[in-house]
Structures are given as C-alpha cells and as structure tokens.
Design a protein around this ligand. Structure first.
Ligand code: 4GT
Length: 216
C-alpha cells in the first residue's frame, strides 16, 4: 500500500513511522510512505497557505487553492482515496481500519492546521472521507494521520510477523477483531501477584475460553 501525506510538518512523521514493524514494512516494500510538504504549494514570496476566516473570529484557515493544488499534484493521473483527518470526521474504528486496508491500494492523508481547511475542499469533492481518531481537539492532523497509518499498515498481509498475525486471525471474528485480553509473562509471581493458573496449565481450550471471557 502507498500512503501520501500532505502536511506542513513532514518531520513530525519521522520518529513514529521509522521504527520497528513500520520500518520493516517499508524496507519490505509492503508499505510506501511519502510526505509532501504543503509549504511548497504556498502562494507568493511567503509561500502562504492560510488566510483569515470569512465572518471573522480567531485563527486562520488553510486555503482551498493551495490544498487543491497539492492534492491534484500528488494524485497525478492516479486514483487514490483521499482522507481529511478532522475532529468533525467519522470515528476511526477497527472496522474502518480493516476496510481501508482491504479496499485501497493508495491513500492520501490531508493534515489540517490552524482552525482547519476551507470547507469547499470537502464540498467540492476533493476529499473522499473525513475521519476523526477521537472526540478531542489537537493542534493538527499529523498525529491522527500517524495513528491511522499505524493501524492500517498492520492489516497489510505480511507486515506482522507470522506469530502475531496467526494469533490475530484465530481471534479476529469471535472477539470483535481485537485481542485485548490481559497478558502475562515471566516471572510467575511478582511482588505477591500471581499469573492466573489457567494460563500456566497448557490447556488451550481453557486458555482460549479464559481469554474470551476476559476480553474487553
Ligand atoms: C483532532 C483530530 C484531528 C485535529 C482528531 C484542523 C486543524 C484539525 C487542527 C486539526 N484535532 N485534527 N484529526 N480527533 N486538529 O482526529
């Protein structure tokens, strides 16, 4: 899968996406990430990307011409699925994550800053879907985009190691796609706290039953 991010702060993505599983996924060419600096599409000597809001009020709004120019240049002749990360969007759920990974080979993620983007970018059809990662406001769409990339990438076949994906699979449907039961590892007793007996017994039927019962 290819994911293009359009952002004023491409460097924000370096840390979280260049370690561990996501780093390996990119080296294996299962995941291709491109960070497109919106500033390069800005207008005038100051490469302006924002302007004051019609109707007044605090803050600035990202302008439609700059955003649409960036989206269209990144698209080229291709047909990516364009997502705008926004607190007004539909909630990102595991179901939505799996749908994105399954149905799209190429995503564009548009990250807002300031008060957000000119509504006409959305209404004019340049955005296919508006997604929120939760009911709170952040300073920009970059962290939500990184969250979406992480969640979608681990659904790409081959990205997770064999053990990780095998366990995921055996649990998926029956457990509402999650496997959020409590985990334990050595030592068997830690400061008087014991590992549940059933997990030490090796009865996999009983272990599965216990995990399902204790799954959130
Ligand atoms: C929260 C979310 C998000 C923001 C979220 C436009 C300017 C939006 C700042 C941006 N806050 N983006 N995607 N909950 N802030 O997903």
């Amino acid at each position: 899968m290819r994911i293009d991010v359009i952002t004023l702060f491409p460097d924000m993505f370096k840390g979280p996406l260049t370690e561990s599983i996501l780093d390996r996924a990119q080296k294996m060419e299962l995941l291709e990430l491109e960070f497109n600096d919106l500033r390069e599409f800005g207008t005038g000597n100051y490469k302006q990307v924002d302007d004051s809001p019609y109707g007044g009020g605090a803050g600035m709004v990202m302008t439609a011409p700059v955003l649409v120019d960036a989206i269209e240049k990144v698209k080229g002749e291709g047909d990516p699925y364009v997502i705008y990360l926004s607190p007004r969007g539909e909630r990102l759920t595991q179901e939505k994550v799996e749908g994105l990974a399954k149905n799209h080979e190429w995503l564009i993620l548009v990250c807002g800053r300031y008060e957000g983007i000119d509504q006409r970018v959305i209404d004019g059809g340049w955005i296919d879907e508006e997604i929120s990662i939760g009911d709170y406001v952040l300073t920009g769409g970059e962290l939500p985009a990184a969250v979406l990339i992480d969640a979608v990438a681990r659904q790409i076949p081959g990205v997770l190691g064999k053990d990780e994906s095998a366990e995921e699979e055996s649990f998926s449907e029956s457990l509402d796609r999650k496997r959020e039961y409590p985990h334990y590892t050595r030592p068997e007793e830690f400061k008087g706290l014991k590992v549940p007996d059933v997990l030490l017994g090796g009865n996999h039927g009983e272990i599965d039953k216990w995990r399902k019962e204790n799954c959130k």
